[in-house]
Design a protein around this ligand. Structure first.
Ligand SMILES: [Zn+2]
Length: 292
């Protein structure tokens, strides 16, 4: 198949080929088999903002169909709040938001909003009806599935997108909409993968985070700075971190295993099979953008 040269979905600059995408066979999303067909064949790299993206994108409808037919037990009912850094997120909101109105996009069963407590006005968006029902029962005001469901005039002091940005096929439009829904001084807090991480550079497209079929776009600090600039936002915090806090023994074990797998792949062996998960790696970024 001939691969043409798509432009960057954020800045419209030309992109370069960054190798073949690596996915498990069969590809699974939320426990459901997904036929990728001719989608997500190649990884592309923007020559300007450094975004990496799979090409062609897996259509949103295909992914939504997987989520819709998955069983509810794909989501942890009560994640450990310390492990998931809910304390850090709460502190970022308390220190930087101008008020108490908080929206969590893709809030799942509302575990994070529940953790924030009743001192906040807590709002959620969630496409899974089952998870959304649990969030409602926890006292979260559910406003719909996605940003499309928000009333144009509604404003928040803090908008959260935790493990969301990597799924978007139009991240520029997403961030623009988030900014529109922020009050003056409001903040946007996001956690997503950072493709400049050590293990990712070592293992390339076989890296666990890149090999998940539902992950379609990958950022680095430079991309986020670009997104902030074009939306008139200021980056007030950026931290390279892991997805969740892990025990030291696991950090060491996965670190050794991941490094060995990376070296094997550098030698051209097993290049097209996903590397094992490396969840304790510092391969995420947690950042805060503030509206002036
Ligand atoms: Zn770009």
């Amino acid at each position: 198949m001939t691969i043409d040269s798509p432009t960057c979905p954020i800045c419209a600059a030309p992109s370069r080929d960054a190798g073949r995408c690596v996915h498990p066979k069969p590809a699974m999303v939320a426990g459901v088999v997904l036929d990728l067909g001719e989608n997500a064949l190649r990884m592309r790299r923007c020559t300007s903002c450094a975004l990496r993206f799979k090409y062609p994108f897996v259509p949103d409808a295909d992914l939504i169909a997987c989520y819709a037919s998955s069983s509810g037990d794909n989501w942890e009912h009560d994640p450990n709040p310390i492990k998931r850094r809910f304390d850090t997120l709460r502190q970022l909101i308390e220190s930087n938001a101008p008020g108490k109105r908080v929206l969590d996009i893709g809030c799942s069963n509302g575990a994070l909003l529940k953790h924030l407590g009743e001192g906040f006005d807590r709002f959620g968006l969630e496409p899974s009806a089952e998870a959304s029902g649990v969030a409602s029962a926890r006292g979260i005001a559910m406003l719909g599935s996605t940003l499309d469901d928000l009333d144009a005039a509604v404003r928040f002091d803090a908008v959260l997108a935790i493990d969301v940005l990597e799924h978007l096929t139009n991240p520029a439009a997403f961030v623009r909409r988030v900014v529109e829904h922020l009050s003056p001084g409001g903040i946007f807090i996001a956690l997503t993968g950072d493709h400049e991480a050590f293990g990712w550079s070592l293992q390339g497209n076989a890296y666990w985070y890149a090999a998940l079929p539902e992950h379609q776009v990958f950022y680095c600090r430079h991309t986020i700075e670009h997104l902030a600039r074009i939306n008139g936002m200021n980056m007030i915090s950026y931290e390279r971190t892991s997805h969740a806090r892990q025990k030291s023994s696991r950090i060491i074990r996965d670190g050794i295993r991941g490094t060995l797998h990376g070296l094997i792949r550098k030698c051209g062996i097993a290049k097209h099979t996903p590397a094992p998960g490396w969840l304790p790696a510092r391969d995420h970024m947690l950042f805060v953008l503030k509206k002036p």
